[in-house]
Ligand binder design. Structure first.
Ligand SMILES: Cc1cc2nc3c(=O)[nH]c(=O)nc-3n(C[C@H](O)[C@H](O)[C@H](O)COP(=O)(O)OP(=O)(O)OC[C@H]3O[C@@H](n4cnc5c(N)ncnc54)[C@H](O)[C@@H]3O)c2cc1C
Length: 535
């Protein structure tokens, strides 16, 4: 194997692979190094070793609007085998008293469902949807697909247009303040925070008041990958290889090599030296990149302090219960509402907005709150994920990483907690009592073991609090995908716009690296400053 490349990427998750594919298509010879035996990171599907044919998506499953992402078309992923399903009844919140708040791909049907809870809230939803459609279309979508602007420049540009001024005004609030100010029904408030906020931002944090309105207006709905989440990883690998890229598995970097103040390669754990003529890009977290892989003498005090105070999400860690089933869950509420038999994401245990405060308190204390959980039965939409006539299903719950003060407590507590979740599930779907063939659980500690970049079990790889957003993500001075050393770049979820399967940190890093190398590419979007100036 040749051991000199134009560039080396650390970590072959989806962000690393997307960056690698774009750079390969630009004619660069790029290698990615991956510690696991399989590429894809959070794009992971495992077969139950006890029951062949039952597939489980152990990390990402609900993927927001993948088919609308620019890289999905640019990298021709459909041609490389990716295929996505977008169920119409996209999200359902089942209440304790047997009602259902429904979120459809068709906004008119969503509004009709909200009307059953509160006519005023249905009208409010319509108003925010209509007002934010152009803001999402003309501003927010493009901001997420571009290297971020310095905050002052961004504000100055946004203040020039009515849409920009509206966005700035609404974003002053926190999501919690927004729903309390705008909506009246506690279940609607809870549902909106859950659908739109809980998985992305800290609901108490100012600066995110626009988030709910933006997601109400966004055409981006939850999708799933046919054949399992890993099918997208396989398509990405194929497109990387088709562009001449190499992916080296079971390979962990020991240090990033620096010569004359510039990143020039990587030494692996096995002692191999691999040189990079033009760049090294890390999709790992800031602790790994700056503290584990760089010699301390190469990290200025100021950078070290910023990395050490980089925060991970208190509320992001997930606990998962996975089931092999004889039949899909049959929800009691479906007797009155037959459409529930085809619901995609199902939320249970959440009736009132005040539960969020309780969940936050439990996370801070390291204790387990009353169960609020969400999940799906993938085989309802994609029968290939289980043997004929059989099903898989899962539920996730947000639970603290440091259980009772120490993440190691999860290994003893895991199975009992899985049984408690199943009991809650059976209250809504009593047929599960006789339908389970096999089950297994995964804790926030298992997440970190599987993907160590998800430090503290944070699947978003960095909080959105403490100013760790946009131009200042992961921290001031590193927000444009460039680290403090020439030739060293960042391309993972710790960079703008953050975690989840968006591929946008990798997509944006590709824009920056190619621009720095003076390589033009026809897929690049119009610079964001010019776009905002033209509003
Ligand atoms: C239980 C769970 C459920 C989730 N559900 C969803 C969901 O439904 N929808 C959604 O959009 N997102 C979901 N996510 C989040 C999503 O998986 C992540 O945000 C996403 O995978 C981050 O992508 P990435 O490419 O930045 O990092 P990753 O996917 O984590 O990829 C990083 C890669 O780097 C590798 N690596 C780590 N350390 C090293 C090292 N030292 N040397 C070499 N390689 C290394 C890892 O093995 C991995 O392959 C979920 C995550 C979890 C844990």
């Amino acid at each position: 194997m040749n051991n000199a490349y134009d560039g080396i990427i650390l970590g072959a998750g989806h962000n690393g692979l997307i960056l690698q594919a774009y750079l390969g298509r630009a004619g660069l010879k790029v290698l990615s190094l991956e510690r696991k035996g399989v590429a894809g990171g959070g794009l992971s599907t495992l077969e139950d070793p006890r029951y062949p044919g039952f597939l489980h998506n152990t990390h990402a499953f609900f993927q927001r609007a993948i088919t609308m992402m620019p890289w999905y078309a640019d990298l021709e992923l459909a041609r490389h085998g990716a295929d996505f399903i977008e169920p119409e009844l996209n999200v359902v919140l089942l209440t304790g008293d047997g009602r259902a708040l429904e979120w459809w791909t068709d906004v008119a049907r969503t509004i009709a469902s909200f009307r059953e809870f509160s006519p005023r809230d249905a009208d409010t939803l319509r108003r925010w949807h209509d007002e934010f459609v152009p803001i999402v279309r003309d501003i927010l979508t493009w901001e997420s697909r571009s290297p971020p602007l310095p905050p002052d420049e961004r504000r100055r540009l946004l203040e020039r247009s009515a849409a920009g001024r509206r966005l700035l005004a609404v974003s002053e609030l926190s999501p919690l303040e927004f729903v309390h100010q705008e909506f009246e029904h506690p279940t609607v408030q809870a549902g909106l925070l859950f659908f739109n906020g809980l998985r992305e931002v800290d609901l108490r944090a100012g600066g995110f008041g626009h988030h709910i309105a933006a997601l109400l207006a966004s055409p981006a709905k939850a999708q799933m990958s046919r054949g399992g989440t890993a099918a997208l990883a396989r398509a990405l690998e194929e497109t990387v290889r088709a562009s001449g890229g190499e992916i080296r598995l079971f390979t962990e970097p020991k240090r990033i090599m620096v010569e004359h103040g510039r990143a020039v390669g990587v030494e692996t754990g096995a002692g191999e030296v691999i040189r990079a003529r033009r760049f090294v890009a890390s999709s790992l977290n800031p602790h790994q990149t700056f503290l584990d892989l760089l010699d301390p003498s190469l990290v200025p005090r100021e950078v070290r302090d910023r990395v050490e105070s980089f925060e991970y999400n208190l509320l992001a860690p997930l606990f998962a219960l996975n089931l092999n089933l004889r039949e899909p869950p049959i929800y009691t509420a479906a007797a009155e509402r037959p459409e529930l038999a085809q619901a995609f994401m199902v939320i249970m245990g959440l009736d009132h907005v005040d539960q969020f405060h309780d969940i936050i308190r439990h996370h801070a204390a390291g204790t387990i709150p009353p169960t609020v959980m969400w999940g799906a039965c993938p085989t309802l939409f994609d029968p290939t994920q289980a043997p004929a006539g059989r099903h898989t299903a899962f539920m996730w719950e947000k639970l603290p990483h440091r259980l009772y003060g120490d993440a190691a407590n999860w290994d003893g507590a895991r199975d009992a907690h899985g049984r408690e979740m199943l009991a809650v599930w059976e209250r809504h779907a009593p047929n599960l009592a006789d339908a389970v063939i096999d089950s297994f659980t995964r804790s926030p500690l298992d997440t970190e073991r599987s993907l160590p970049n998800m430090r503290e079990g944070d699947l978003l790889v960095g909080a959105f609090t403490g100013g760790q957003v946009g131009y200042h993500r992961p921290f001031p001075g590193a927000g444009t995908y460039r680290a403090h050393l020439p030739g060293l770049y960042l391309c993972g979820s710790s960079s703008h716009p953050g975690g989840n399967i968006t591929g946008l940190p990798g997509y944006n890093a590709a824009q920056v690296i190619l621009a720095d190398l003076g390589i033009e590419a026809d897929w690049m979007p119009q610079p964001i400053a010019a776009r905002l100036a033209a509003l």
